[in-house]
Design a protein around this ligand. Structure first.
Ligand code: IMP
Ligand code: MG
Length: 186
């Protein structure tokens, strides 16, 4: 028997419709910002949490895009960050000097992942770098970092769904919801 994942959700923070509307607005902004730029637009999806956002965003952007994937470890297991960023899947392209990179992230918490990746891609010689996050928890910031595109500012609560997980579960939920604290033992 499969479990009903929605039983673990305290409340829905963002509905499918709200997310869809916001993704369309962000895509429109990206269209406007990159339409007349020299170089190719490359969306880099940070695995695994950003896959759902990435898929919807790349469909909503109307100018041609290349896609790529990176994986980093920032969280161990559970709900707290290790603060230690390791690149687990690297970018295997040699044309970064021709690429206007937009890093696509699910959520910014401490800010360490995106601060680290931005610096890393700068060192790799990317033509330009911007960051795009669906969710932002500014209250949790440990390093000074602000995204160029941001979907929603949310309170300091642990959320799942639309790609975001708790111990690899709940990614498939189509909405963003606050997890019941009893699920992670609080
Ligand atoms: P940062 O490096 O602390 O900004 O962490 C960003 C990463 O932490 C995200 O890509 C998520 O994987 C994870 N994360 C932070 N907050 C949450 C949350 O509320 N739910 C699920 N994952 C989260
Ligand atoms: Mg994650």
């Amino acid at each position: 028997m499969y479990r009903d994942l929605t039983a673990d959700i305290e409340r829905v923070l963002l509905t499918e419709e709200q997310i869809k509307e916001r993704v369309a607005q962000i895509a429109k902004k990206i269209d406007e910002d990159y339409r007349d730029r020299e170089g190719k637009l490359v969306l880099i999806c940070i695995l695994k949490g950003s896959v759902v956002f990435m898929a919807d965003l790349m469909k909503a952007v109307t100018i041609p895009v290349d896609i790529d994937f990176m994986k980093v470890s920032s969280y161990g297991s559970g709900t707290s960050s290790s603060g230690n960023i390791k690149i687990l899947l690297d970018l295997h392209r040699e044309d970064l000097d021709e690429c206007n990179v937009v890093i696509v992230e699910d959520i910014i918490d401490s800010g360490r992942t995106l601060a680290h990746l931005t610096k890393y891609l700068e060192l790799r010689g990317a033509r330009s770098i911007r960051t795009c996050t669906l969710l932002d928890k500014p209250e949790r910031r440990e390093v000074d970092f602000n995204p160029d595109y941001s979907g929603f500012v949310i309170p300091d609560e642990f959320v799942v769904g639309y790609g975001l997980d708790y111990n690899e579960a709940y990614r498939e939920l189509p909405f963003v919801g606050v997890l019941k604290p009893c699920v992670y033992g609080k």
